[in-house]
Every structure is written in structure tokens, then in C-alpha cells.
Design a protein around this ligand. Structure first.
Ligand SMILES: [Zn+2]
Length: 150
């Protein structure tokens, strides 16, 4: 019996180590801020149909600052790593600071990403701006729903 048919997990891990930085693998294996905030001030869910990644964020504010942000992710290794690193970067920031988080900063915090994985960073940032928008702005389409006439 071949070794990797006994422990298929090890072969996969070796392949992942060749592809991803130590930081990406660390966030994947030990996700920060995973889960869901029960009494969240806002939530958002974003899907990347190309890869099948789904990312759900919940947000708790303390005044103007982000007290807590948690994520639930279903997806590829970099999608989970990006979500985890992103929640770490925005904690304690105000909404404006969080909104201005750039993709290259997130990628830098992860020690780089393979070109094919940059969609994962974009997914984390899209979900971030969605949850911040849903917190800070009243629903934009209210006027178009026909419920209000004034
Ligand atoms: Zn993905």
C-alpha cells in the first residue's frame, strides 16, 4: 500500500504548502474570528459564483468603531485565509478606515497570494464593503419599491 493512500491528507497538505505562503496556511488552519455574532449590528453574504466561495460576515459596532467582525466561509483555502486576515485588519478601525482597506494590503498581510487566488481577496473586500454599507446606509432602493410616495 502506498503511503499517500494511507494518509491522503498529507499529500494534499504538501501540495498546499507548495502553493500558499505560511501566513495563508496559518489563517486557513487557525481561522481568526470565525463564527457568527448573535446580536450583530449588520450582516452580509457574498458569493463568488466562479469559484463557489460563499462568505458571510457579521459586524458589531462600538460607537464608530468595529468592535467585532466574524466570518463564516465556504470555499477554497485562500478564501478562508483572506476572510480571516481581513477580520483581523479591520477590528478596532472606524468605518472609514475599514472601507479604505486595499486589496494589496490584505494580500501583503497574507505574505502574498498566487495570481489565481486574488479572487479570494476580492471576495473578502466585497463582503466587507457590503456589511459596512448595510450598517451605515438605509436601504438604497426604498424609493423604488413603491411603499413610500413622499
Ligand atoms: Zn475561491
Amino acid at each position: 500500500m502506498r503511503y499517500d493512500s494511507v494518509r491522503p491528507g498529507l499529500a494534499i497538505l504538501d501540495k498546499m504548502k507548495a502553493m500558499y505562503s505560511a501566513q495563508v496556511l496559518d489563517h486557513f488552519e487557525h481561522p481568526r474570528n470565525a463564527g457568527e455574532i448573535a446580536d450583530a449590528d449588520a450582516s452580509a453574504e457574498i458569493e463568488n459564483p466562479a469559484c463557489g466561495d460563499v462568505l458571510r460576515l457579521t459586524l458589531k459596532m462600538n460607537g464608530e468603531r468595529i468592535a467585532d467582525m466574524r466570518f463564516k466561509a465556504k470555499g477554497c483555502v485562500p478564501a478562508i485565509a483572506c476572510a480571516s486576515a481581513m477580520t483581523e485588519l479591520v477590528r478596532g478601525k472606524d468605518i472609514h478606515e475599514a472601507q479604505s482597506l486595499r486589496r494589496d494590503l490584505l494580500i501583503e498581510a497574507l505574505g502574498g497570494l498566487p495570481q489565481a487566488s486574488t479572487h479570494a481577496a476580492q471576495l473578502a473586500l466585497d463582503a466587507l464593503s457590503a456589511v459596512l454599507r448595510s450598517h451605515s446606509a438605509p436601504p438604497r432602493n426604498t424609493a423604488f419599491q413603491g411603499f413610500r410616495t413622499k
